[in-house]
Every structure is written in structure tokens, then in C-alpha cells.
Design a protein around this ligand. Structure first.
Ligand code: KIV
Length: 272
């Protein structure tokens, strides 16, 4: 049986074993109880309570505004729903960059108040002190390199990262730094496929790509994007498995028409 098939509950160790066995890791985001239950039931290995909640749940333009309290709220809802997947919670902008004591306090709040299983931080060398301090408390840490949306105002756009040699070299070096610091996995976002392959071969921990091509140890997508709920976002890397926005709007229109015409509720839908 596969490593993933054997795991009653997925742990960071399971992911490491999957990399070593050449089994692909599956990861999706979730932010609420109902969808997290469906995602877990679908057999995904890792559920990310992403700070993309800032965009898809709250309607913000960037991930910058979401707060630690809001992330803990979303994570708590997800934790109540999940039986099998490993849950990783994004540390929001401002909760870990300044100093490692703040980072540790934020990570402890996430773990204690939400019941999540691990945290994710964006960045390489510049945040490694925070990563190390969080790890001293026994909290598993996932890294995130490449396009790091919390730095959108530094980048100026959501374009592909590390296309030039100096940025690509720094990214490989950062991946090794995160591995040495003790991260259990690294997300690689929107970088050339050849670079993602190089990073995946350079580190012994799993790499999980989004817009990073096929030569990584796993893939992650934002749930609302792959379900076709967010239709105004169509990057090249996104595969839509449903067109839920069309179906949901159609269902709402049908309901509105049925109520207005008196068709709903009928006798079978009423109490006598
Ligand atoms: O917040 C998020 O959804 C993420 C993924 C894009 C990896 O960090």
C-alpha cells in the first residue's frame, strides 16, 4: 500500500516518507468547516488555512490586511472538520517578520487557540531566526519561497519570480537555509519549472508547488480557484475542476424565479 494510503492521519513524517517513496503530495486550501470537511473527505493530504482567506473570504485585494485573530478563527473552523489531513496555518503579515519572540508568540497562539498542526511563513534567510525560534517550541514549520504575496508591495506585481540568475540563486540558497533550520516542507510559488526541479533535487524535504511545474514533490491550489468560484483570476498554472460560479448563480436565479412565481414551496415542501 502507498505511504498516503496507510496514513490514518497525515503527519509531517508522512510527507517526508512520501517524498522518499516518490509519491506526490496533494494540498488544497480551506477556510471554513463545511468545505474543509469535503476537502478532507476527498482524500487530500494537507489542508492549508491560507492567508488567501484575505482575498477569497474577505474580499481584500491582497493578503496583507488579514489579522492573526482572523487566521485563528478560520483555522479553528477547519480543525473542527478534519479527520485525516495535516493542517498548516499561514502566519499573517506582521505576525512574524519583526522579531523572533513575536513570531513565537504568534505561532503559539495559532497552535493553542485553533488546534492546527503546523504553521507556514513566507521568506528565506530574512525570517530564519523566526523559523528557528518557533521550532524550539516544537511547532512544525513549512516555508514558502518564490512569489510571496505578503511582499506584493515590494514586488509590485504577481509576475513569475526568480527568472534572473541572481534571484534564482538566492532562492536555492534560501531553500537550503530553511531545510537546515528545520522546516518540514517548502511551498514554491510561481517560479520557472526548471528552478523548482533544481530546488527539489537540492533539498531532502518535500517541495510543494503552485505554478512551479511538475517536478516538485506535491501540488497546492487555492480551493476557490480550482472549484471555479473565483472567475476573475485565471493564471496559466490554474486548472479549474468545476465551474461552480455558473452553477451557483444559476441555482440562485432558479430559486428567485420559483419563489416569485409561487412554484416554491409546493405541497410536498409544506407541513399540513
Ligand atoms: O495563502 C495561500 O493560499 C497560499 C498558497 C497560494 C500556497 O499561501
Amino acid at each position: 500500500m502507498s505511504v498516503a494510503g496507510k496514513a490514518r492521519k497525515v503527519t509531517t513524517q508522512t510527507l517526508q516518507e512520501m517524498k522518499e517513496a516518490g509519491e506526490k503530495i496533494t494540498m488544497l486550501t480551506a477556510y471554513d468547516f463545511s468545505l474543509a470537511k469535503l476537502v478532507d473527505g476527498g482524500g487530500v493530504d494537507v489542508i492549508l488555512v491560507g492567508d488567501s482567506a484575505s482575498n477569497v473570504m474577505a474580499g481584500n485585494e491582497t493578503t496583507v490586511p488579514i489579522t492573526l485573530d482572523e487566521m485563528i478563527y478560520h483555522a479553528t473552523c477547519v480543525v473542527r472538520a478534519v479527520n485525516r489531513a495535516l493542517i498548516v496555518v499561514d502566519m499573517p503579515f506582521g505576525s512574524y517578520q519583526g522579531d523572533s519572540k513575536t513570531a513565537l508568540d504568534s505561532a503559539i497562539r495559532i497552535m493553542k487557540e485553533s488546534g492546527g498542526h503546523s504553521v507556514k511563513l513566507e521568506g528565506g534567510e530574512e525570517i530564519v531566526e523566526s523559523v528557528q525560534r518557533i521550532l524550539t517550541a516544537g511547532i512544525p514549520v513549512m516555508g514558502h519561497l518564490g512569489l510571496t504575496p505578503q511582499s506584493i508591495y515590494k514586488f509590485g506585481s504577481y509576475a513569475t519570480r526568480a527568472q534572473e540568475d541572481d534571484e534564482a540563486d538566492k532562492l536555492v540558497a534560501d531553500a537550503k537555509i530553511l531545510e537546515r533550520a528545520g522546516c518540514y516542507a517548502i511551498v514554491l510559488e510561481k517560479i520557472p519549472a526548471s528552478l523548482a526541479k533544481k530546488v527539489t533535487e537540492a533539498v531532502s524535504i518535500p517541495t510543494i508547488g503552485i505554478g512551479a511545474g511538475p517536478n516538485v514533490d506535491g501540488q497546492v491550489l487555492v480551493l476557490h480557484d480550482m472549484l471555479g468560484i473565483t472567475m476573475d483570476f485565471s493564471p496559466r498554472f490554474l486548472r479549474r475542476y468545476l465551474e461552480l460560479s455558473t452553477q451557483i448563480t444559476g441555482a440562485v436565479e432558479n430559486y428567485v424565479n420559483d419563489v416569485r412565481s409561487g412554484d416554491f414551496p409546493n405541497d410536498d415542501e409544506s407541513y399540513f
